[in-house]
Design a protein around this ligand. Structure first.
Ligand SMILES: [Zn+2]
Ligand SMILES: [Zn+2]
Length: 103
């Protein structure tokens, strides 16, 4: 399949079945992309990715969770297989999703 950047609801729904491994400051998510069927591992770093309504980055001292009880994190397919049309420095098939993660 060709590379195309888009948000995939199916990817968001699949995350419940993905492996989650704790890494420093976040979690590494491993699973099979529902779009291209390739397995990938994507590290999510909580503090670096937390999206607040003002678009700012929330640090630990800013009282995380107060403004948004369900912060969303961007997950994207970063499989190492070939997808035509992908930028030279890119990875994956372009599928991405905003997901909730408890931490
Ligand atoms: Zn792929
Ligand atoms: Zn993919």
């Amino acid at each position: 399949m060709d590379y195309s950047e888009r948000t995939e609801l199916e990817l968001a729904h699949s995350v419940g079945n993905f492996d989650k491994q704790q890494i420093p400051g976040g979690v590494a998510i491993t699973g099979s992309c529902p779009s291209c069927r390739h397995t990938f591992t994507y590290p999510i770093i909580f503090e670096a990715q937390l999206i607040t309504p003002g678009g700012s980055i929330t640090g630990q001292s800013a009282g995380r969770g107060l403004t948004d009880p369900a912060p969303k994190y961007l997950l994207r397919c970063v499989c190492l297989e070939d997808h035509p049309g992908r930028p030279a420095d890119g990875s994956g098939c372009g599928a991405m999703a905003y997901i909730n993660i408890k931490h």
